[in-house]
Design a binder for this molecule. Structure first.
Ligand code: PMV
Length: 332
């Protein structure tokens, strides 16, 4: 059966950085994200006895080697095992944004694959099961992309991870004025993956416990801020949470410095705009791109100002996106 799914990428407002179980992809701390309405992956999966091997086409090109292919096939194997089938599959996947630019293409990609793949294999999983399946790809944030809106991925307590999945804490319609501006400063692939980076931090960073000790308060603030539609609370907490995560990265050995001069240029600009009354906050994942949180009323002005900065290659102005969905528009 051929099935197509579309999932939005997301940005964490309270990050996860470190796993309590590497195999099951269980995080050390609960975390909260918001989905982008303009950055998505569409994936078609077809299990067919006519295929003699798995074929993976990404953005129009067949992928014949590398870690993305390996992860994709491993994910298909999990699905096949659950569905008790051996059939090979053809998968085509398309991102509507640059894949290697650190915009969480694996989050949207693997949640679209989990959704389309499980359905195509004849499984009928509910949202909780799909969120769990999404993270088993290796990209933990995929569990949040499946859910969309404002989503919390609960760290859970159980060793088998059955209580570690994402739930939607607010729908996109709850806060239609919320905006995320993605500022792309570099399109080169990052040197150290999130998985390798967070493992290194857990092993070598002297500040790690301090990070964990402050997470509960950040989660409370962001949950409250979202419920009250309070940009000041959500933005200031997200910004300080991001800086704490980068403090961990910088003090990991060897040091993980994902920022470039352009990243810092934007950070200074946002601080300056805020001082002058233009309310905006920044957040950054394991890469150089900066995401700016603001409200609709200021978004165009901030976007125009951003484009005047030197290091900016491109900006994408997004609102809040929804949950992953099935589609009838197959890619092949
Ligand atoms: O989705 P992963 O397992 O590759 O890790 C994502 C890590 C961060 O993007 C830095 C933080 C987060 O919570 O999304």
């Amino acid at each position: 059966m051929k099935v197509t799914a579309i999932a939005n990428s997301n940005i964490a407002l309270v990050k996860y950085w470190g796993k309590r179980d590497e195999k099951l992809i269980l995080p050390n701390n609960s975390n909260i994200s918001v989905a982008y309405d303009k950055l998505n992956t569409i994936t078609t999966v077809d299990f067919n006895p006519d295929y003699s091997k798995d074929v993976f086409i990404l953005d129009g090109n067949e992928i014949t080697e590398g870690s993305v292919l390996k992860k994709t096939i491993e994910h298909l194997n999990i699905i096949r095992q659950r569905a008790n089938i051996q059939t090979k599959a053809k998968i085509a996947s398309k991102n509507n944004f640059p894949t290697a630019a650190g915009l969480a293409s694996s989050a949207s990609g693997f949640s679209a694959l989990a959704f389309a793949g499980s359905k195509a294999a004849g499984l009928n999983l509910d949202q909780k099961e799909l969120s769990i399946l999404s993270r088993l790809s290796g990209s933990g944030s995929a569990s949040r992309s499946l859910i969309g809106g404002f989503a919390e991925w609960m760290k859970g307590e159980k060793a088998d991870g059955s209580d570690s999945y994402a739930v939607q804490i607010a729908k996109p319609e709850h806060w239609p004025e919320f905006r995320i501006i993605v500022a792309i400063v570099s399109e080169t692939k990052k040197k150290v993956s999130s998985t390798d980076g967070m493992n290194l931090t857990m092993k070598t960073c002297p500040l790690y416990q301090g990070w964990l000790d402050t997470i509960e308060q950040d989660l409370k603030n962001v949950r409250k801020g979202i419920a009250e539609k309070n940009l000041t609370l959500v933005g200031s907490t997200a910004e300080s949470n991001c800086l704490k995560m980068h403090a961990l990265m910088i003090t990991t050995q060897p040091s993980l410095i994902y920022w470039t001069p352009a990243t810092l240029e934007i950070i200074h600009a946002v601080l300056d705009w805020r001082e002058k009354g233009l309310e905006s906050y920044f957040t950054i994942d394991a890469g150089p791109q900066v995401k700016i949180l603001c409200l609709e009323k200021d978004a165009q002005e901030i976007n125009d100002k951003l484009r005047l900065l030197q290091g900016i290659k491109k900006t994408i102005l997004c609102g809040v996106g929804g949950e992953a969905k099935l589609s009838k528009n197959h890619l092949f």
